[in-house]
Ligand binder design. Structure first.
Ligand code: GDP
Length: 478
C-alpha cells in the first residue's frame, strides 16, 4: 500500500542523494521538502561530479545573479550599447518563455545544461506565469530576469530575420568575431522551424564565437540536449556528468522544477484523495493531435489494446455480472487528456463488468480543459499538476510526440509504454511500444557533419544517441 513515508524528515533521500542544495527556506517551497515522501526512491544516483558542478553553478549564480555588482556592470554596457572589447566578468543566457508547458520545461532544462557547460548564468523570462509555476531553484539568488532588464520588450519581435540572430550573423560573416557585433547580445533561434545556419549552433567552430558574448537570448521549443552529446567540446564533460546518459533530464528536472505551493496543493490533495490508497497506480497520458474535438473510437481502442496486452490493466468479463475470483488488489488509473471521453468510457467499462482477475479498477481524470490555453494561469497550473501526478504513478502509458508525457516519464524515472501515432484514423498494431529509455525525444535535430560540412545521420554516430521510438527522425539519449 502506498502510505506516505511516515515522516518526511526521516526520508533519507530528501535531498535526492545530494542533488539538491540544503540552503533553502522550507516554507517558501514545500514541494522541495515533501516531494520525496510521494515518490519511490529513484533507481538512479547522481554522479558526484554532477553534484559538485551544481554547487559550483549555484556559486556562480549567486555571484552574477540579478542586481549583483557584476550583473549591474554587464547590463550597463548593454544599455549604453558598448562594443564588446574584453571578456566580461559574468556572461548570461536568457531563456525566453515560449510554447506549451511541456515544451517550456524541456527547453528550460536544456538551456540550463548549456549554461552550466559554458559557465553562463541562466535567467528566465517570466512570460505569463513562470514565477507562478516553479519555485526558485538556486539558493539565495533569483533565476528570474529582472523586470527592468533593458531589452525585454524586444524579445517578442526577435526572429530568424533579426540582425542579432545567430544564423544571420554566421551566414553573413566569414571571419567571425564578437567584437564586430552591432549589439551586446546574440539571439539563438532554436525553434522547430530553424534553418541550416541556426543549426550551426551545434558545431564547435561556430560555438567558439559565442564565448565572449555577454548575453545570449534563446527561444526554443525543443529538447536539444541529445545533440550537445555529439559535440566534441562538450562530449567528455557530459559523459562525466552523466555516466548513465538516460538520466540527464531525470536529474535536471528533479533539480530545477519544483511546483510552487498552490500547485503543490493541487498535487497533494489529488494524490491523497485518489491515488494513495491503491495497490498500484497506472498513468495514461492521452494527447491526440487531431484538430477535431473527439473522442475517437480508434484512440480508445488503442489505449485499451496497449493496456490489456501489456498486463497494465485486466480484461473484463463481459458475460458475468459477478466475479468469484478472490483477488482484492486495487489499481487506480490516472488518465490525463484535454477531453473527458476516454476516461468516461474506461471508467464505465470497469463499472459495468467485473474484471477476470477480480481486481478493482478505479479510473480518475483531474481535468478536461477542452483545448490548449497556454496564456491562462489556472490552465497551466493544472497542466503542471497533472504532469507531476503522472510522474508519481507506478507504470505509465504516454502518447507519441508529446512533451507533456516526456516530462512525466523523466521526472518519474519511468520507462513508459508509448502509444504509436495513429495514421488515417486507424488503431496502430501493435498499439504501443516500450520506450528504450526515460529520456525525452529531440524533435528537430540537425543532420549535419560539422567537420565535413555535409549531411549525416546523427542517430548513427554514437551508441547512446539514437532515433526515437515515436519519431523516426528525432534523437534521444539511451
Ligand atoms: P505537447 O504539445 O503535448 O508537446 O505538450 P505541451 O505541454 O508543450 O503543450 C500542450 C498543452 O496543452 C499543455 O501545456 C496544456 O496546456 C494542454 N494540455 C494538453 N494535454 C493536457 C492534459 O492532459 N491535461 C491538461 N490539464 N492540459 C493539457
Amino acid at each position: 500500500n502506498k502510505k506516505l513515508h511516515s515522516s518526511i524528515f526521516e526520508h533519507e533521500d530528501k535531498l535526492l542523494g545530494g542533488l539538491l542544495s540544503s540552503r533553502f527556506d522550507q516554507d517558501s517551497c514545500l514541494s522541495r521538502y515533501e516531494a520525496s515522501a510521494y515518490r519511490k526512491q529513484s533507481n538512479y544516483k547522481p554522479s558526484s561530479y554532477l553534484i559538485s558542478r551544481l554547487r559550483r553553478y549555484e556559486e556562480l549564480h549567486k555571484r552574477c545573479g540579478p542586481y549583483t555588482e557584476s550583473y549591474n556592470k554587464t547590463v550597463e554596457k548593454l544599455r549604453s550599447n558598448e562594443k564588446i572589447e574584453e571578456a566580461s566578468d559574468c556572461n548570461y543566457l536568457i531563456w525566453v518563455s515560449f510554447s506549451g508547458l511541456g515544451n517550456r520545461i524541456l527547453t528550460l532544462g536544456s538551456a540550463f545544461l548549456y549554461a552550466l557547460l559554458t559557465d553562463r548564468v541562466l535567467l528566465v523570462d517570466r512570460g505569463v506565469d513562470m514565477d507562478d509555476l516553479f519555485c526558485e531553484p538556486f539558493p539565495e539568488a533569483s533565476w528570474l530576469l529582472p523586470l527592468d532588464f533593458p531589452i525585454t520588450e524586444h524579445f517578442k519581435s526577435l526572429n530568424q530575420k533579426s540582425p542579432e540572430c545567430f544564423g544571420n550573423i554566421v551566414s553573413n560573416n566569414s571571419s567571425l568575431s564578437s567584437s564586430k557585433l552591432s549589439s551586446g547580445y546574440v539571439y539563438l533561434h532554436l525553434v522547430h522551424d530553424y534553418d541550416d545556419n541556426d543549426k550551426l549552433f551545434f558545431c564547435d567552430q561556430d560555438q567558439s564565437f559565442l564565448e565572449n558574448v555577454p548575453f545570449l537570448i534563446m527561444k526554443s521549443d525543443n529538447y536539444f540536449i541529445p545533440s550537445l552529446f555529439l559535440m566534441p567540446t562538450f562530449q567528455q564533460e557530459l559523459l562525466t556528468l552523466f555516466p548513465d546518459q538516460q538520466t540527464v533530464f531525470h536529474f535536471l528536472g528533479r533539480y530545477l522544477f519544483f511546483p510552487t505551493n498552490p500547485i503543490w496543493g493541487l498535487i497533494t490533495r489529488y494524490y491523497k484523495s485518489y491515488l494513495q490508497q491503491a495497490d498500484e497506480t497506472i498513468g495514461i497520458q492521452v494527447r491526440v493531435f487531431d484538430t477535431r474535438p473527439g473522442p475517437f473510437q480508434y484512440v480508445l481502442d488503442q489505449i485499451l489494446s496497449c493496456s490489456l496486452h501489456n498486463d497494465l490493466l485486466p480484461e473484463i468479463n463481459p458475460n458475468e455480472s459477478f466475479t468469484t475470483s478472490k483477488a482484492q488488489n486495487s489499481k487506480a488509473v490516472l488518465l490525463t487528456s484535454l477531453s473527458s471521453g476516454y476516461f468516461e468510457k474506461i471508467r464505465d467499462m470497469y463499472w459495468e463488468h467485473p474484471t477476470v482477475t477480480g481486481e478493482v479498477i478505479q479510473v480518475f481524470q483531474p481535468s478536461h480543459e477542452g483545448y490548449q490555453q497556454t496564456g491562462k494561469k489556472m490552465h497551466n497550473r493544472k497542466a503542471w499538476a497533472e504532469m507531476y501526478l503522472l510522474s508519481l504513478t507506478d507504470k505509465l502509458i504516454t502518447s507519441s510526440w508529446s512533451t507533456f508525457g516526456y516530462v512525466a516519464q523523466s521526472l518519474g524515472g519511468l520507462n513508459p509504454w508509448i502509444l504509436y501515432k495513429p495514421e488515417n484514423e486507424t488503431t496502430p498494431n501493435p498499439a504501443c511500444t516500450r520506450a528504450m529509455s526515460i529520456e525525452p525525444c529531440f524533435h528537430a535535430p540537425p543532420f549535419f557533419d560539422c567537420k565535413k560540412r555535409s549531411g549525416i545521420d546523427t542517430g548513427e554516430i554514437v551508441p547512446h544517441v539514437r532515433h526515437c521510438e515515436d519519431m523516426s527522425w528525432g534523437l534521444k539519449l539511451v
